[in-house]
Design a protein around this ligand. Structure first.
Ligand SMILES: [Zn+2]
Length: 173
């Protein structure tokens, strides 16, 4: 079934090109990011997934590493999406995350063929807040993928997201 797999890949890439984040207004990006920010009562790392065209919120995720080390906010959100919507239509959705995705999450998002990724705080700010982070940026990981790349925007509601990280002592561990 190698031909099948190859067909799926090319189909995914074709659909992927239809998601154009440049056609989404900054206001709409900010509205989705605000939903992610509003989730941040227990952890600053939160994410939502939207339908790229309608902006409808399809899934949510909050970091759950106290229960499982790989459950970063983005991964929880991707799992929530699969539970609610099935493992499909990845190219037609956008993930919004309060913090720049780490290499693990960025790789997972690229493997999924997601249509776009939008983040608030940069890895540098996350590091400044005292949280350990890799030196690789989301852009580094995206550009290192020879098979597929996603659209990437950073700095949406950055001030509000930065406050989540820099003031995170108010959260539980
Ligand atoms: Zn991560």
């Amino acid at each position: 079934m190698c031909l099948c797999a190859a067909g799926l890949l090319s189909n995914s890439q074709r659909v992927n090109s239809k998601t154009n984040m440049a056609s989404t207004s900054l206001k709409d990006h900010e509205a989705a990011m605000q939903v992610a920010i509003d989730l941040a009562t227990q952890s600053p790392f939160c994410a939502v997934i939207t339908n790229a065209i309608s902006g409808k919120i399809l899934a949510k995720g909050v970091n759950a590493t106290p229960s499982n080390p790989i459950l970063h906010g983005e991964i929880v959100c991707m799992n929530n999406y699969v539970s609610l919507m099935g493992n499909k239509n990845w190219s037609a959705i956008i993930l919004y995350t309060t913090g720049e995705p780490c290499p693990m999450c960025m790789s997972a998002l690229i493997w999924a063929g997601i249509g776009g990724v939008v983040f608030g705080s940069s890895i540098n700010t996350i590091k400044k807040s005292g949280i350990a982070a890799f030196e690789y940026s989301a852009k580094d990981i995206n550009e290192a993928s020879s098979f597929s790349q996603t659209q990437l925007i950073g700095g949406v509601l950055e001030t509000q997201c930065d406050a989540l990280f820099l003031n995170r002592k108010k959260f539980n561990p």
